[in-house]
Design a protein around this ligand. Sequence first.
Ligand SMILES: [Mg+2]
Length: 175
Amino acid sequence: MSRAFFFDRDGIVNRRIVGDYVKKIEEFVFNDGFFELFKAVKGKGFLAILVTNQQGIGKGLMTEDDLEEIHRYMNDKLMGEVGYSFDAIYFCSDLDGTGSKRRKPETGMFEEAIERFGIDASSSWTIGDSVSDVKAGKSIGTQTILVGSHLQNELADYLFPSIADVKEFFDKNVN
Ligand SMILES: [Mg+2]
């Protein structure tokens, strides 16, 4: 069985644009500390799986081709900077409120990855900046990390203000 790090994208890998979507490469800006965290995670042998809700596609604000271009840029940049890229990318273009089984907080994207790679959820982690990320990660049985200035944290196993704090925790506590 392999173990994985399930990464939310907007707000973790790149800066989230509040009230809008990253629709083109110029709008995709890596978060401070992400390269270092990603390198540490890959260096310990975890699969890096991206699981991202992208309802901007469902709303017709961008196309799947736009998203693929952004993700190609993201992975090329990661490979250049860190020497690793994501092992797999799962996105969900379904709109909120449509009963999608893939859109977080549902777990469809996670299940697809688990089946494909033979992942052991209990030795895996989910990291996100929204409660829906944590809900999905918990439902599927991973340990969970919430990042940001959430005032209360009833769900996640760990809450950190920044990506750099996650990296520090990871270095010290995950083998
Ligand atoms: Mg997010």
